[in-house]
Design a binder for this molecule. Structure first.
Ligand SMILES: [Ca+2]
Length: 331
């Protein structure tokens, strides 16, 4: 038993002490945890033949949270959910492009930043439209995340990058309001954290939706990071960087990529009770981990894992999916 391994049972006090080293990474918003730049490795352009329809999930009393992992995941508790329908995949570039074409919507990263939200003395770059992009740490450059003017959903890594040939990849560089706007346009909503977590479990009560081992018999079950983060992504799962949606087996509910690939926005605020984020804007809970989550740094490739994310800041490892209510008899 390793004291710092999420999912292994400990007395809470022991686990809290053992995982305390990770807490600063948590409160520093998702930008400081589990990340790497997308590789230039060639990747599949598409894994699903077509866009699968939403999945209907049954309601009931469900278990969320965990007493056996990072402190912010506690306590484990039971909540009641009505049945709902959820996108089978993360929202793709193609889907988001249809929304933009229909509405003329301009994302937060494409708009001039509000100076009131920028700290005094901040670098000039922060006053330009842009978003956060992972850059590998280097001598004299220890920060992994850089605010890149010109980075947005059309140019996820900044000017010079594009989504050409990536129609079936999850859309990224999406602020909370962008995700919410898409959901409204689609007649849908962003999931609550409870909905998302229940959906991600696939109905299983194991550490991962597929069992208690991350990579049973050496087979990776989600797009995460293998190797020593942030120095080397061995890409044993087939992807160094983002993957098209649906490249891994769906969970027990038929949902793809709930774990890994991109973190996903939920409609649930990450409150101060969860940890003071010090953010200038509202902070929401993101779920699922991303292609940057690694065993040696951020084991948040689990349904109960959660992180805070400042609403206005997109990054190249956060996307989203949507939900809708199920019609009741007589409606
Ligand atoms: Ca990977």
């Amino acid at each position: 038993m390793h004291a710092d391994r999420p999912g292994h049972r400990h007395k809470q006090s022991t686990m809290s002490a053992a995982t305390r080293w990770l807490w600063p990474a948590v409160v520093a918003i998702a930008l400081a945890a589990c990340h790497q730049m997308e590789s230039s490795l060639p990747a599949k352009a598409q894994c699903l033949d077509s866009e699968p329809p939403p999945i209907a999930l049954p309601g009931g009393r469900v278990s969320i949270g965990s007493n056996m992992a990072y402190p912010e995941e506690a306590p484990e508790r039971r909540v009641r959910l009505d049945g709902f329908n959820m996108d089978a995949t993360e929202v793709t570039n193609a889907q988001f492009a249809r929304f933009v074409a229909a509405t003329g919507y301009v994302t937060r990263a494409e708009r001039q930043p509000d100076p009131a939200l920028i700290p005094k003395g901040a670098p000039a770059a922060l006053f330009k439209p842009g978003a956060a992009v992972f850059k590998p740490p280097a001598p004299g450059h220890p920060q992994w995340w850089v605010y890149v003017p010109g980075a947005n959903w059309r140019h996820p890594q900044g000017p010079g990058s594009s989504i050409r040939g990536r129609a079936h990849f999850p859309v990224v560089q999406i602020a909370y309001e962008d995700a919410a706007a898409y959901a409204r346009w689609a007649g849908r909503a962003l999931p609550t954290e409870a909905q998302w977590e229940y959906a991600a479990s696939g109905g299983a009560r194991t550490l991962y939706p597929w069992g208690n081992e991350r990579s049973p018999e050496g087979r990776e079950k989600a797009n995460t990071w293998q190797g020593f983060f942030p120095l080397k992504d061995e890409a044993k799962d087939g992807f160094a960087g983002l993957a098209p949606v649906g490249c891994f087996e769906p969970n027990g509910f038929g949902l793809y990529d709930m774990i890994g690939n991109v973190w996903e926005w939920t409609a649930t605020p990450f409150t101060k009770a969860d940890g003071d984020t010090g953010a200038a804007e509202p902070v929401y809970t993101i779920k699922g981990g991303s292609f940057l989550c690694a065993y040696n740094y951020c084991r948040r490739y689990r349904a109960t894992a959660r992180q805070p994310q400042e609403a206005g800041l997109g990054s190249n490892h956060i996307g989203f999916r949507t939900v809708s209510a199920q019609k009741r008899p007589g409606q």
